[in-house]
Write a protein that binds this ligand. Sequence first.
Ligand code: ATP
Ligand code: MG
Length: 545
Amino acid sequence: MPNEQNEKSKSEGKNFIYNIIEEDIKNNKNEGKIITRFPPEPNGYLHIGHAKAICLSFSAAAKYGGKCNLRFDDTNPANEDMEYVNSIEEDVKWLGFSWDKKFWASDYFEKMYECAEKLIQTGDAYVCDLNADEIRETRGTLTEPGVDSPYRNRTIDENLKLFREMREGKFEDGSKVLRAKIDMSSSNINMRDPVIYRIARIHHHNTGDDWCIYPMYDFAHPLEDAIEGVTHSLCTLEFEDHRPLYDWFLEKLKWPNPPRQIEFARLNLTGTIMSKRKLKKLVDEGKVSGWDDPRMPTIAGIRRRGYTPASIRKFCDDIGVAKSNSIVDTAMLESCIRDDLKEVVVSKNVVFDPIKVVITNYPEEGEELMEIENNRNNEALGSRKVPFSRELYVDGEDFMMNPVKKYFRLFKGNEVRFKGAYFIKCNDVVTDDEGKVIELLCTYDPETRSGSGFDGRKVKGTIHWIDKRTAVKIDVNEYEDLFIKDGDEMKFNEGSKIRRECFAEPSIEEMNPGDKVQFFRHGYYTKDEDGSFNRITPLKSSWKK
Ligand code: ATP
Ligand code: MG
Protein backbone atom coordinates (compact mmCIF):
# COMPACT_ATOMS: atom_id res chain seq x y z
CA MET A 1 0.00 0.00 0.00
CA PRO A 2 1.90 3.06 -1.16
CA ASN A 3 1.41 6.03 1.02
CA GLU A 4 -0.31 8.97 -0.51
CA GLN A 5 1.24 11.72 1.55
CA ASN A 6 4.70 10.55 0.64
CA GLU A 7 3.82 10.06 -2.98
CA LYS A 8 2.67 13.64 -2.93
CA SER A 9 5.78 15.02 -1.31
CA LYS A 10 7.84 13.13 -3.89
CA SER A 11 5.82 14.32 -6.82
CA GLU A 12 6.35 17.86 -5.58
CA GLY A 13 9.92 17.06 -6.47
CA LYS A 14 11.57 18.25 -3.31
CA ASN A 15 11.49 17.52 0.31
CA PHE A 16 10.02 20.34 2.36
CA ILE A 17 12.98 20.31 4.74
CA TYR A 18 15.36 21.09 1.90
CA ASN A 19 13.05 23.95 0.88
CA ILE A 20 13.28 25.47 4.36
CA ILE A 21 17.05 25.10 4.43
CA GLU A 22 17.41 26.66 0.98
CA GLU A 23 15.25 29.57 2.05
CA ASP A 24 17.48 30.10 5.10
CA ILE A 25 20.60 29.95 2.95
CA LYS A 26 19.11 32.47 0.55
CA ASN A 27 18.43 34.83 3.46
CA ASN A 28 21.99 34.30 4.64
CA LYS A 29 20.79 33.04 8.00
CA ASN A 30 23.85 31.88 10.04
CA GLU A 31 26.04 33.04 7.10
CA GLY A 32 24.71 30.08 5.14
CA LYS A 33 26.21 27.60 7.59
CA ILE A 34 24.30 24.33 8.08
CA ILE A 35 24.69 22.16 11.16
CA THR A 36 22.37 19.25 11.92
CA ARG A 37 22.54 16.49 14.49
CA PHE A 38 21.26 13.01 15.22
CA PRO A 39 20.38 12.90 18.94
CA PRO A 40 19.56 9.36 20.11
CA GLU A 41 18.86 8.55 23.71
CA PRO A 42 21.11 5.56 24.51
CA ASN A 43 18.30 3.50 26.01
CA GLY A 44 18.06 0.81 23.32
CA TYR A 45 19.21 -0.23 19.88
CA LEU A 46 18.33 1.91 16.90
CA HIS A 47 15.50 0.79 14.64
CA ILE A 48 14.74 1.52 11.04
CA GLY A 49 12.71 4.58 12.06
CA HIS A 50 15.94 6.01 13.40
CA ALA A 51 17.56 5.15 10.08
CA LYS A 52 15.12 7.55 8.47
CA ALA A 53 16.08 10.30 10.92
CA ILE A 54 19.78 9.53 10.40
CA CYS A 55 19.50 9.65 6.62
CA LEU A 56 17.60 12.93 6.77
CA SER A 57 19.95 14.79 9.09
CA PHE A 58 23.16 13.51 7.53
CA SER A 59 21.95 13.95 3.97
CA ALA A 60 20.66 17.47 4.59
CA ALA A 61 24.07 18.48 5.96
CA ALA A 62 25.93 16.79 3.11
CA LYS A 63 23.69 18.32 0.46
CA TYR A 64 24.40 21.88 1.62
CA GLY A 65 28.06 21.51 2.54
CA GLY A 66 27.24 21.43 6.24
CA LYS A 67 28.04 19.15 9.13
CA CYS A 68 26.09 16.61 11.11
CA ASN A 69 26.99 15.65 14.67
CA LEU A 70 26.14 12.64 16.75
CA ARG A 71 24.81 13.58 20.15
CA PHE A 72 23.96 11.14 22.88
CA ASP A 73 20.97 12.57 24.62
CA ASP A 74 21.89 11.17 27.99
CA THR A 75 20.08 13.56 30.30
CA ASN A 76 17.78 10.86 31.68
CA PRO A 77 20.13 8.54 33.56
CA ALA A 78 17.63 5.83 34.41
CA ASN A 79 17.62 3.74 31.24
CA GLU A 80 20.96 4.42 29.66
CA ASP A 81 23.73 1.94 29.01
CA MET A 82 27.13 1.82 27.27
CA GLU A 83 26.06 -1.25 25.29
CA TYR A 84 23.52 0.99 23.59
CA VAL A 85 26.05 3.74 22.99
CA ASN A 86 28.37 1.32 21.21
CA SER A 87 25.61 -0.21 19.12
CA ILE A 88 24.38 3.22 18.04
CA GLU A 89 27.84 4.23 16.83
CA GLU A 90 28.22 0.95 14.97
CA ASP A 91 24.82 1.33 13.31
CA VAL A 92 25.34 4.90 12.13
CA LYS A 93 28.71 3.93 10.63
CA TRP A 94 27.25 0.83 9.05
CA LEU A 95 24.61 2.95 7.33
CA GLY A 96 27.50 4.77 5.72
CA PHE A 97 27.54 8.07 7.61
CA SER A 98 30.31 9.75 9.56
CA TRP A 99 29.55 12.35 12.15
CA ASP A 100 31.57 15.50 12.40
CA LYS A 101 31.69 15.57 16.21
CA LYS A 102 30.43 13.34 18.96
CA PHE A 103 28.76 15.02 21.92
CA TRP A 104 27.23 14.01 25.23
CA ALA A 105 24.32 16.10 26.41
CA SER A 106 25.36 15.39 30.00
CA ASP A 107 28.54 17.43 29.39
CA TYR A 108 26.26 20.47 29.42
CA PHE A 109 24.69 19.90 32.83
CA GLU A 110 26.57 22.83 34.34
CA LYS A 111 25.67 25.10 31.44
CA MET A 112 22.03 24.00 31.64
CA TYR A 113 22.01 24.75 35.32
CA GLU A 114 23.32 28.27 34.64
CA CYS A 115 20.56 28.80 32.08
CA ALA A 116 17.97 27.72 34.63
CA GLU A 117 19.34 30.25 37.14
CA LYS A 118 19.17 32.88 34.44
CA LEU A 119 15.49 32.14 33.90
CA ILE A 120 14.92 32.50 37.63
CA GLN A 121 16.73 35.82 37.60
CA THR A 122 14.56 37.17 34.79
CA GLY A 123 11.44 36.02 36.64
CA ASP A 124 10.76 33.27 34.10
CA ALA A 125 11.09 30.25 36.37
CA TYR A 126 10.06 29.34 39.91
CA VAL A 127 10.47 26.55 42.41
CA CYS A 128 7.21 24.73 42.99
CA ASP A 129 6.39 22.38 45.90
CA LEU A 130 3.42 20.66 44.28
CA ASN A 131 3.97 16.97 43.72
CA ALA A 132 3.64 15.26 40.35
CA ASP A 133 -0.04 14.39 40.86
CA GLU A 134 -0.92 17.90 41.97
CA ILE A 135 0.87 19.38 38.99
CA ARG A 136 -1.05 17.09 36.65
CA GLU A 137 -4.36 17.89 38.33
CA THR A 138 -3.86 21.65 38.08
CA ARG A 139 -2.67 21.59 34.48
CA GLY A 140 -6.21 21.83 33.05
CA THR A 141 -7.40 20.10 29.89
CA LEU A 142 -7.71 20.84 26.20
CA THR A 143 -10.91 22.74 26.94
CA GLU A 144 -10.16 24.15 30.40
CA PRO A 145 -7.31 26.38 31.52
CA GLY A 146 -4.96 25.28 34.28
CA VAL A 147 -4.73 26.74 37.77
CA ASP A 148 -1.78 28.81 38.96
CA SER A 149 0.48 27.09 41.45
CA PRO A 150 0.38 28.65 44.95
CA TYR A 151 4.19 28.88 44.67
CA ARG A 152 4.11 30.80 41.40
CA ASN A 153 4.77 34.18 42.99
CA ARG A 154 7.81 33.37 45.06
CA THR A 155 10.39 36.13 44.86
CA ILE A 156 13.40 35.82 42.63
CA ASP A 157 15.68 35.63 45.67
CA GLU A 158 13.63 32.92 47.30
CA ASN A 159 13.56 30.92 44.05
CA LEU A 160 17.31 31.25 43.62
CA LYS A 161 17.97 30.14 47.16
CA LEU A 162 15.63 27.14 46.88
CA PHE A 163 16.98 26.09 43.50
CA ARG A 164 20.55 26.18 44.82
CA GLU A 165 19.43 24.11 47.78
CA MET A 166 17.79 21.65 45.39
CA ARG A 167 21.16 21.22 43.73
CA GLU A 168 22.91 20.84 47.06
CA GLY A 169 20.65 17.94 47.93
CA LYS A 170 18.66 19.57 50.73
CA PHE A 171 15.33 18.19 49.55
CA GLU A 172 13.94 14.78 48.95
CA ASP A 173 13.41 13.31 45.50
CA GLY A 174 10.17 14.61 44.02
CA SER A 175 9.54 17.16 46.76
CA LYS A 176 10.25 20.22 44.61
CA VAL A 177 10.63 21.07 40.95
CA LEU A 178 11.68 24.07 38.94
CA ARG A 179 9.01 25.25 36.53
CA ALA A 180 9.01 27.73 33.69
CA LYS A 181 6.64 30.61 34.37
CA ILE A 182 4.68 30.96 31.17
CA ASP A 183 0.90 30.83 31.04
CA MET A 184 -1.42 28.41 32.83
CA SER A 185 -4.22 29.23 30.41
CA SER A 186 -2.24 28.79 27.20
CA SER A 187 -4.12 26.83 24.57
CA ASN A 188 -0.94 24.75 24.25
CA ILE A 189 -0.73 22.57 27.35
CA ASN A 190 3.06 22.31 26.97
CA MET A 191 3.22 26.03 27.77
CA ARG A 192 1.37 25.73 31.09
CA ASP A 193 4.34 26.20 33.40
CA PRO A 194 6.19 23.03 32.39
CA VAL A 195 8.62 21.39 34.80
CA ILE A 196 12.22 22.01 33.75
CA TYR A 197 14.19 20.41 36.63
CA ARG A 198 13.40 17.54 38.94
CA ILE A 199 15.16 16.11 41.98
CA ALA A 200 16.26 12.51 41.43
CA ARG A 201 19.14 10.77 43.11
CA ILE A 202 20.14 8.52 40.24
CA HIS A 203 23.70 7.58 39.36
CA HIS A 204 24.68 8.87 35.92
CA HIS A 205 27.12 6.97 33.67
CA ASN A 206 29.00 10.17 32.81
CA THR A 207 28.60 12.51 35.78
CA GLY A 208 28.38 9.88 38.50
CA ASP A 209 26.73 11.28 41.63
CA ASP A 210 27.60 14.92 40.91
CA TRP A 211 23.97 15.80 40.37
CA CYS A 212 20.79 15.09 42.22
CA ILE A 213 18.75 17.32 39.94
CA TYR A 214 18.26 16.59 36.26
CA PRO A 215 16.83 18.79 33.48
CA MET A 216 13.68 17.71 31.65
CA TYR A 217 13.83 16.90 27.95
CA ASP A 218 11.91 19.97 26.77
CA PHE A 219 14.37 22.28 28.51
CA ALA A 220 17.52 20.30 27.77
CA HIS A 221 16.92 19.71 24.09
CA PRO A 222 16.88 23.30 22.78
CA LEU A 223 19.91 24.07 24.92
CA GLU A 224 21.82 21.08 23.55
CA ASP A 225 21.05 22.20 20.01
CA ALA A 226 21.92 25.81 20.77
CA ILE A 227 25.18 25.03 22.58
CA GLU A 228 26.36 22.98 19.62
CA GLY A 229 25.43 25.68 17.12
CA VAL A 230 22.87 23.47 15.39
CA THR A 231 21.08 25.45 12.70
CA HIS A 232 18.34 22.98 11.74
CA SER A 233 17.09 20.58 14.36
CA LEU A 234 15.13 17.82 12.64
CA CYS A 235 12.82 15.75 14.78
CA THR A 236 9.62 13.77 14.60
CA LEU A 237 6.10 15.12 14.52
CA GLU A 238 5.25 14.51 18.16
CA PHE A 239 7.50 17.47 19.00
CA GLU A 240 5.54 19.92 16.88
CA ASP A 241 3.47 21.04 19.89
CA HIS A 242 6.67 21.45 21.88
CA ARG A 243 8.23 23.83 19.38
CA PRO A 244 6.72 26.98 21.00
CA LEU A 245 8.39 25.94 24.24
CA TYR A 246 11.68 25.19 22.45
CA ASP A 247 11.60 28.68 20.98
CA TRP A 248 10.45 30.27 24.26
CA PHE A 249 13.47 29.04 26.23
CA LEU A 250 15.95 30.29 23.66
CA GLU A 251 14.16 33.62 23.36
CA LYS A 252 14.08 34.15 27.13
CA LEU A 253 17.77 33.29 27.28
CA LYS A 254 18.39 35.76 24.44
CA TRP A 255 20.30 33.11 22.55
CA PRO A 256 21.87 34.58 19.40
CA ASN A 257 21.01 32.71 16.14
CA PRO A 258 18.79 30.12 17.79
CA PRO A 259 18.39 26.78 16.02
CA ARG A 260 15.24 26.07 14.08
CA GLN A 261 13.24 22.95 14.85
CA ILE A 262 11.61 21.19 11.89
CA GLU A 263 9.34 18.20 12.36
CA PHE A 264 8.75 15.29 9.99
CA ALA A 265 6.56 12.18 10.14
CA ARG A 266 7.73 9.11 12.02
CA LEU A 267 8.31 6.01 9.98
CA ASN A 268 6.03 3.09 10.76
CA LEU A 269 6.17 -0.25 8.98
CA THR A 270 3.53 -2.91 8.54
CA GLY A 271 4.01 -6.09 10.57
CA THR A 272 6.35 -4.59 13.13
CA ILE A 273 6.69 -1.93 15.82
CA MET A 274 9.04 1.04 16.09
CA SER A 275 9.54 1.51 19.77
CA LYS A 276 12.71 0.80 21.67
CA ARG A 277 10.65 0.15 24.77
CA LYS A 278 8.47 -2.50 23.14
CA LEU A 279 11.40 -4.09 21.34
CA LYS A 280 13.36 -4.23 24.59
CA LYS A 281 10.45 -6.14 26.12
CA LEU A 282 10.80 -8.85 23.45
CA VAL A 283 14.51 -9.09 24.20
CA ASP A 284 14.00 -9.18 27.98
CA GLU A 285 11.29 -11.81 27.73
CA GLY A 286 13.42 -13.97 25.44
CA LYS A 287 10.85 -13.92 22.63
CA VAL A 288 13.69 -13.10 20.26
CA SER A 289 17.34 -14.09 20.42
CA GLY A 290 18.48 -10.53 21.09
CA TRP A 291 18.39 -6.98 19.72
CA ASP A 292 19.95 -8.36 16.53
CA ASP A 293 17.48 -11.18 16.00
CA PRO A 294 16.93 -11.15 12.21
CA ARG A 295 13.20 -10.53 12.74
CA MET A 296 13.77 -7.32 14.67
CA PRO A 297 13.27 -3.96 12.93
CA THR A 298 16.45 -2.79 14.62
CA ILE A 299 19.34 -1.80 12.39
CA ALA A 300 21.34 -4.63 14.00
CA GLY A 301 18.56 -7.11 13.21
CA ILE A 302 18.11 -5.89 9.67
CA ARG A 303 21.86 -6.15 9.12
CA ARG A 304 21.91 -9.73 10.39
CA ARG A 305 18.87 -10.47 8.25
CA GLY A 306 21.06 -9.59 5.26
CA TYR A 307 19.97 -6.10 4.28
CA THR A 308 22.66 -3.86 2.84
CA PRO A 309 23.27 -0.26 3.93
CA ALA A 310 22.56 0.88 0.36
CA SER A 311 19.14 -0.78 0.39
CA ILE A 312 18.19 0.98 3.63
CA ARG A 313 19.37 4.35 2.36
CA LYS A 314 17.44 3.80 -0.86
CA PHE A 315 14.35 2.92 1.14
CA CYS A 316 14.65 6.04 3.29
CA ASP A 317 15.00 8.06 0.13
CA ASP A 318 12.02 6.42 -1.56
CA ILE A 319 9.61 6.93 1.33
CA GLY A 320 10.36 10.65 1.29
CA VAL A 321 9.51 13.02 4.09
CA ALA A 322 5.99 13.97 4.91
CA LYS A 323 4.18 16.04 7.47
CA SER A 324 1.67 13.37 8.42
CA ASN A 325 2.21 9.99 10.04
CA SER A 326 1.49 6.87 8.06
CA ILE A 327 2.39 3.21 7.78
CA VAL A 328 4.72 2.10 5.01
CA ASP A 329 4.34 -1.39 3.56
CA THR A 330 7.28 -3.60 4.50
CA ALA A 331 7.07 -4.94 0.94
CA MET A 332 8.62 -1.66 -0.14
CA LEU A 333 11.68 -2.32 2.00
CA GLU A 334 11.92 -5.81 0.52
CA SER A 335 11.75 -4.42 -2.96
CA CYS A 336 14.76 -2.19 -2.18
CA ILE A 337 16.93 -5.12 -1.12
CA ARG A 338 15.87 -7.17 -4.14
CA ASP A 339 16.87 -4.34 -6.44
CA ASP A 340 20.19 -4.06 -4.65
CA LEU A 341 21.02 -7.77 -4.77
CA LYS A 342 19.54 -8.70 -8.12
CA GLU A 343 22.65 -8.18 -10.20
CA VAL A 344 25.36 -8.75 -7.63
CA VAL A 345 24.74 -12.04 -5.86
CA VAL A 346 25.33 -15.52 -7.25
CA SER A 347 22.62 -18.12 -7.18
CA LYS A 348 22.83 -21.63 -5.82
CA ASN A 349 20.64 -24.68 -6.10
CA VAL A 350 18.88 -25.41 -2.84
CA VAL A 351 16.11 -27.91 -2.53
CA PHE A 352 13.27 -27.61 0.01
CA ASP A 353 11.16 -30.63 0.94
CA PRO A 354 13.42 -32.86 -1.17
CA ILE A 355 12.11 -35.62 -3.41
CA LYS A 356 14.59 -38.21 -4.63
CA VAL A 357 14.97 -38.70 -8.37
CA VAL A 358 16.68 -41.74 -9.91
CA ILE A 359 17.81 -41.46 -13.54
CA THR A 360 17.43 -45.11 -14.44
CA ASN A 361 19.30 -44.96 -17.76
CA TYR A 362 22.26 -43.03 -16.34
CA PRO A 363 25.45 -45.05 -15.56
CA GLU A 364 25.61 -46.30 -11.95
CA GLU A 365 29.00 -44.73 -11.27
CA GLY A 366 28.58 -41.88 -13.74
CA GLU A 367 29.26 -38.29 -12.73
CA GLU A 368 29.48 -35.02 -14.65
CA LEU A 369 30.10 -31.42 -13.75
CA MET A 370 27.43 -29.16 -15.17
CA GLU A 371 28.16 -25.53 -15.85
CA ILE A 372 25.49 -23.25 -14.42
CA GLU A 373 25.35 -19.47 -14.76
CA ASN A 374 25.76 -17.62 -11.48
CA ASN A 375 23.38 -14.76 -12.16
CA ARG A 376 21.01 -14.62 -15.06
CA ASN A 377 20.91 -10.80 -14.87
CA ASN A 378 24.65 -10.36 -14.90
CA GLU A 379 26.87 -12.44 -17.16
CA ALA A 380 29.99 -10.95 -15.64
CA LEU A 381 29.43 -13.09 -12.57
CA GLY A 382 30.36 -16.15 -14.65
CA SER A 383 29.37 -19.70 -13.90
CA ARG A 384 30.08 -22.54 -11.52
CA LYS A 385 30.35 -26.30 -11.86
CA VAL A 386 27.70 -28.40 -10.18
CA PRO A 387 27.99 -32.19 -9.87
CA PHE A 388 25.32 -34.33 -11.55
CA SER A 389 24.86 -38.07 -11.17
CA ARG A 390 22.32 -40.86 -11.20
CA GLU A 391 20.56 -39.93 -7.97
CA LEU A 392 19.36 -36.40 -7.44
CA TYR A 393 16.98 -34.36 -5.33
CA VAL A 394 14.37 -31.98 -6.62
CA ASP A 395 12.20 -29.51 -4.76
CA GLY A 396 8.95 -30.76 -3.26
CA GLU A 397 7.17 -28.00 -5.15
CA ASP A 398 8.44 -29.27 -8.47
CA PHE A 399 6.47 -32.52 -8.51
CA MET A 400 2.74 -33.12 -8.49
CA MET A 401 1.05 -36.47 -8.33
CA ASN A 402 -2.11 -35.04 -9.86
CA PRO A 403 -0.94 -32.01 -11.81
CA VAL A 404 -3.22 -29.01 -11.90
CA LYS A 405 -3.87 -27.18 -15.15
CA LYS A 406 -0.82 -25.32 -16.52
CA TYR A 407 1.57 -27.21 -14.26
CA PHE A 408 4.66 -27.71 -16.37
CA ARG A 409 7.02 -29.29 -13.86
CA LEU A 410 7.45 -32.95 -12.96
CA PHE A 411 4.55 -35.39 -13.02
CA LYS A 412 4.25 -38.88 -14.35
CA GLY A 413 4.75 -38.86 -18.11
CA ASN A 414 6.09 -35.29 -18.32
CA GLU A 415 9.50 -34.15 -19.51
CA VAL A 416 11.25 -31.03 -18.14
CA ARG A 417 14.68 -29.47 -18.35
CA PHE A 418 16.90 -29.90 -15.30
CA LYS A 419 18.55 -26.51 -15.36
CA GLY A 420 22.06 -26.65 -16.82
CA ALA A 421 21.80 -30.44 -17.39
CA TYR A 422 19.43 -32.61 -19.47
CA PHE A 423 15.82 -33.10 -20.46
CA ILE A 424 14.47 -35.54 -17.93
CA LYS A 425 11.25 -37.50 -18.13
CA CYS A 426 9.35 -38.88 -15.17
CA ASN A 427 8.24 -42.42 -15.96
CA ASP A 428 7.16 -43.77 -12.61
CA VAL A 429 6.46 -42.74 -9.07
CA VAL A 430 7.36 -44.97 -6.14
CA THR A 431 5.23 -44.46 -3.03
CA ASP A 432 5.09 -46.08 0.38
CA ASP A 433 2.03 -47.78 1.89
CA GLU A 434 0.56 -44.42 2.86
CA GLY A 435 0.95 -43.05 -0.63
CA LYS A 436 3.88 -40.81 0.31
CA VAL A 437 6.24 -40.24 -2.62
CA ILE A 438 9.58 -41.99 -2.04
CA GLU A 439 11.25 -41.54 -5.39
CA LEU A 440 10.69 -40.61 -8.97
CA LEU A 441 11.97 -42.99 -11.60
CA CYS A 442 13.14 -40.94 -14.56
CA THR A 443 15.19 -41.20 -17.74
CA TYR A 444 17.41 -38.61 -19.34
CA ASP A 445 18.08 -37.90 -23.01
CA PRO A 446 21.87 -37.59 -23.57
CA GLU A 447 21.26 -35.53 -26.75
CA THR A 448 19.76 -32.70 -24.75
CA ARG A 449 22.80 -31.76 -22.65
CA SER A 450 22.77 -28.08 -21.86
CA GLY A 451 25.00 -26.08 -24.20
CA SER A 452 24.99 -28.79 -26.90
CA GLY A 453 22.75 -26.74 -29.16
CA PHE A 454 20.02 -29.39 -29.12
CA ASP A 455 16.85 -28.11 -30.73
CA GLY A 456 14.93 -31.30 -31.42
CA ARG A 457 11.95 -30.54 -29.18
CA LYS A 458 10.92 -28.12 -26.52
CA VAL A 459 9.83 -28.55 -22.92
CA LYS A 460 7.85 -26.04 -20.92
CA GLY A 461 9.34 -26.43 -17.45
CA THR A 462 12.85 -25.85 -16.11
CA ILE A 463 13.62 -26.94 -12.57
CA HIS A 464 16.68 -27.03 -10.36
CA TRP A 465 18.18 -30.08 -8.68
CA ILE A 466 20.90 -31.31 -6.35
CA ASP A 467 23.23 -34.28 -6.68
CA LYS A 468 22.36 -36.65 -3.83
CA ARG A 469 25.90 -37.84 -3.10
CA THR A 470 27.35 -34.37 -2.64
CA ALA A 471 24.30 -32.62 -1.21
CA VAL A 472 24.99 -30.46 1.85
CA LYS A 473 22.37 -30.32 4.56
CA ILE A 474 21.68 -26.75 5.69
CA ASP A 475 19.38 -25.04 8.16
CA VAL A 476 17.25 -22.32 6.68
CA ASN A 477 15.33 -19.71 8.66
CA GLU A 478 12.26 -18.27 7.05
CA TYR A 479 10.80 -15.18 8.68
CA GLU A 480 7.33 -13.76 8.86
CA ASP A 481 6.11 -10.51 10.42
CA LEU A 482 7.32 -10.07 14.00
CA PHE A 483 3.97 -8.64 15.11
CA ILE A 484 0.45 -9.41 14.04
CA LYS A 485 -2.70 -7.43 14.58
CA ASP A 486 -4.88 -8.60 17.43
CA GLY A 487 -7.83 -6.23 17.43
CA ASP A 488 -6.31 -2.78 17.87
CA GLU A 489 -3.17 -4.19 19.44
CA MET A 490 -0.06 -5.55 17.81
CA LYS A 491 0.99 -8.81 19.37
CA PHE A 492 4.10 -10.95 19.02
CA ASN A 493 3.78 -13.44 16.17
CA GLU A 494 4.72 -16.83 17.61
CA GLY A 495 5.06 -18.14 14.07
CA SER A 496 7.49 -15.46 12.98
CA LYS A 497 10.39 -17.88 12.62
CA ILE A 498 10.26 -21.16 10.73
CA ARG A 499 13.36 -23.33 10.68
CA ARG A 500 13.69 -25.82 7.83
CA GLU A 501 16.26 -28.38 6.84
CA CYS A 502 17.19 -28.20 3.17
CA PHE A 503 19.75 -29.61 0.76
CA ALA A 504 22.20 -27.41 -1.09
CA GLU A 505 24.76 -27.90 -3.83
CA PRO A 506 28.31 -28.40 -2.47
CA SER A 507 29.55 -24.90 -3.36
CA ILE A 508 27.38 -23.60 -0.50
CA GLU A 509 30.30 -24.51 1.75
CA GLU A 510 32.41 -21.74 0.24
CA MET A 511 30.12 -19.13 1.79
CA ASN A 512 31.14 -17.11 4.83
CA PRO A 513 28.88 -15.51 7.45
CA GLY A 514 27.43 -12.30 6.06
CA ASP A 515 27.68 -13.47 2.43
CA LYS A 516 24.49 -13.14 0.42
CA VAL A 517 23.12 -15.51 -2.15
CA GLN A 518 20.06 -16.29 -4.19
CA PHE A 519 18.57 -19.71 -3.62
CA PHE A 520 17.48 -20.36 -7.15
CA ARG A 521 13.74 -19.75 -7.52
CA HIS A 522 13.30 -19.31 -3.74
CA GLY A 523 14.64 -16.02 -2.53
CA TYR A 524 17.60 -14.08 -1.22
CA TYR A 525 19.44 -15.46 1.78
CA THR A 526 22.45 -14.65 3.90
CA LYS A 527 24.67 -16.92 5.92
CA ASP A 528 24.32 -16.29 9.63
CA GLU A 529 27.13 -16.34 12.20
CA ASP A 530 25.67 -19.61 13.48
CA GLY A 531 26.02 -21.31 10.09
CA SER A 532 22.33 -21.33 9.21
CA PHE A 533 20.82 -19.29 6.41
CA ASN A 534 18.45 -16.36 6.94
CA ARG A 535 15.89 -15.55 4.34
CA ILE A 536 16.21 -11.86 3.54
CA THR A 537 13.19 -11.85 1.26
CA PRO A 538 11.41 -14.16 -1.14
CA LEU A 539 11.96 -13.47 -4.83
CA LYS A 540 8.55 -12.14 -5.69
CA SER A 541 6.41 -9.62 -4.00
CA SER A 542 3.08 -7.97 -4.18
CA TRP A 543 4.66 -4.55 -4.10
CA LYS A 544 4.06 -2.52 -7.24
CA LYS A 545 6.08 0.59 -7.90
P1 ATP B 1 11.55 5.22 20.57
O1 ATP B 1 10.15 5.64 20.83
O2 ATP B 1 11.66 4.07 19.64
O3 ATP B 1 12.34 5.03 21.81
P2 ATP B 1 12.62 7.82 20.38
O4 ATP B 1 12.03 8.87 19.53
O5 ATP B 1 12.39 7.89 21.83
O6 ATP B 1 12.19 6.42 19.78
P3 ATP B 1 15.30 8.78 20.33
O7 ATP B 1 16.54 8.06 20.66
O8 ATP B 1 14.84 9.83 21.26
O9 ATP B 1 14.16 7.68 20.13
O10 ATP B 1 15.33 9.31 18.84
C1 ATP B 1 16.43 9.86 18.16
C2 ATP B 1 15.89 10.52 16.92
O11 ATP B 1 15.27 9.57 16.05
C3 ATP B 1 14.84 11.56 17.25
O12 ATP B 1 15.12 12.74 16.54
C4 ATP B 1 13.56 10.92 16.81
O13 ATP B 1 12.64 11.91 16.42
C5 ATP B 1 13.99 10.02 15.67
N1 ATP B 1 13.08 8.89 15.50
C6 ATP B 1 12.72 7.99 16.44
N2 ATP B 1 11.82 7.12 15.97
C7 ATP B 1 11.59 7.46 14.67
C8 ATP B 1 10.77 6.93 13.61
N3 ATP B 1 9.96 5.88 13.81
N4 ATP B 1 10.81 7.54 12.41
C9 ATP B 1 11.62 8.59 12.21
N5 ATP B 1 12.42 9.12 13.14
C10 ATP B 1 12.42 8.58 14.36
MG1 MG C 1 12.92 8.80 23.47
